[in-house]
Design a protein around this ligand. Sequence first.
Ligand code: AMP
Ligand code: MN
Length: 271
Amino acid sequence: MVSDGTLTPEQLAARAKANGVELWALTDHDEIGGQHRAAAAARALGLQFLTGVEISVTFAGQTVHIVGLGFDADDDALRNGLSQTRGGRRERALEMAAGLAKVGIPGAYEGALHYVGNPELISRTHFARYLVESGVCKETNEVFRKFLTEGKPGFVPHRWATLKDAVQWITQAGGMAVIAHPARYKFTPNEEYALFTEFHAHGGAGVEVVTGSHTAAEYLVYADMAREFGLACSRGSDFHSPDESHTDLGTLPYLPGGLTPVWELLAARIQ
Ligand code: AMP
Ligand code: MN
């Protein structure tokens, strides 16, 4: 990955192939700079590939991730939109470090930078790795719980892309937009309904039903939501690293029956 994962696109392609994945997408946060490498690696392995990205969006005061699949990775409007979305991560990271310094953790910005491949994409994950390596916490989940989530000293809210822009950048580049891991957001039922309604109205096509951060019961909840809103369904591991991710590539169950997989609608975009 070229955002906050620890493996390269080539290593991920090899891991996907070894784990029996048939169709793979690389979905870096707000960045598509790894797509050509990923496509070439997949081709060399005989693995089917769709372009991918995970765009950070602010909706009703929370950060929502919108996955894009099957777009043209050279599309200028998409590239410019992502570049705007990445802007501001450095300032946010400096504010996060100031918050951590106040509770006795100095130097977190510099520490996090050591883990960053692409400085434009410094993220909470990089801070989490630094706080684990420096012995403040045992694992990254603990860092998020104690320091990096709403109300905690290292949390800094940020305005990401709008839902409408993210969906339109993806769609106008020939791809399909998918709501990532919907069970992870802390929306009221009304806010969640608004998210799905607006997403659909802007041309959003699908929802992640099976993902590493959903329980089996949540698969069924979002399978129903997909039917209610006429959305296709997707499945993704959200794999970041062998040490941090509970769900490896290619290990999730299939989609529940009777749903339309988003990749069926994207058959012409598979490389
Ligand atoms: P950012 O874009 O800087 O807000 O960071 C988002 C990253 O933090 C994503 O890669 C998420 O997977 C990761 N993340 C969010 N919440 C948690 C959590 N509770 N435990 C581990 N990683 C998390
Ligand atoms: Mn995500």
